[in-house]
Write a protein that binds this ligand. Structure first.
Ligand SMILES: Cc1cc2nc3c(=O)[nH]c(=O)nc-3n(C[C@H](O)[C@H](O)[C@H](O)COP(=O)(O)O)c2cc1C
Length: 208
């Protein structure tokens, strides 16, 4: 199949959404936990989390245009500044998927989708207890993307919880930590580590 610009523009909304949402390849599978000013908790699935830099340790994610029903994660982060990013594992992937539902602000997806809130030290935002790899972040900056009304939310990692089993050699092994991947908006994949290669120095590149 070869879709040219015209073909892409003429796809019906759902087909285009499904295709374009998958073309980047595997995306990370995370639940973002947050809390509003009245103490109401929220958790939702996000596949757009991306590493922006290690010093300071920054992660970004894309928040879609807000509507009446969607955008609680965004407004909670703007209100309270703290939030958590929690890896999804196979044991609760279905529950995690259900957090994408347009639940009323008064309903916590933790309760409604069978996930457990966890509070670590004095960090105000809820972590997902079922997740073994999770981070507490503080909001640093937002970047509006006018072309489609999305916003990139940038946060700094303040707390980092990684299972001991995830450390192999000096690397983080996501197969060992039971991480999963996402394609599009409906498909979840398990991860198998293929190989590990050293930092590339030009002199070490073999002839192919
Ligand atoms: C697999 C999957 C990945 C998603 N990734 C994102 C994302 O990266 N950004 C986003 O804004 N919404 C994403 N969503 C949709 C949100 O989960 C959904 O809009 C949710 O209701 C937002 O919750 P909130 O209103 O409590 O923030 C995704 C949904 C699914 C099923």
């Amino acid at each position: 199949m070869h879709y040219c610009k015209n073909d892409i523009e003429n796809l019906d909304r759902i087909t285009r959404l499904k295709i374009i949402n998958s073309v980047t390849g595997i995306k990370p599978a995370n639940l973002i936990g947050s809390i509003d000013g009245s103490g109401r908790t929220n958790v939702a699935i996000f596949s757009s989390v991306v590493h922006l830099g290690s010093n300071p340790p920054l992660l970004g994610f894309i928040s879609r245009p807000r509507t009446e029903d969607v955008g609680h994660t965004y407004s909670n982060i703007i209100e309270n500044e703290v939030y958590t990013i929690n890896h999804i594992h196979p044991e609760f992937v279905k529950k995690a998927h259900y957090t994408s539902g347009k639940f009323d602000i008064a309903i916590s997806e933790f309760k409604r989708c069978g996930l457990t809130e966890e509070y670590i030290k004095d960090f105000k935002a809820p972590f997902v207890k079922e997740s073994n790899f999770k981070m507490g972040l503080r909001f640093r900056e937002k970047i509006e993307i006018p072309i489609n009304g999305t916003v990139m939310i940038i946060g700094e990692i303040e707390d980092l919880i990684i299972p001991k089993t995830a450390f192999t050699d000096d690397d983080i092994d996501l197969e060992a930590s039971n991480a999963i991947g996402i394609s599009g908006l409906n498909s979840y994949y398990s991860l198998t580590k293929l190989d590990r290669y050293p930092y590339v120095r030009i002199k070490d590149v073999p002839d192919f």
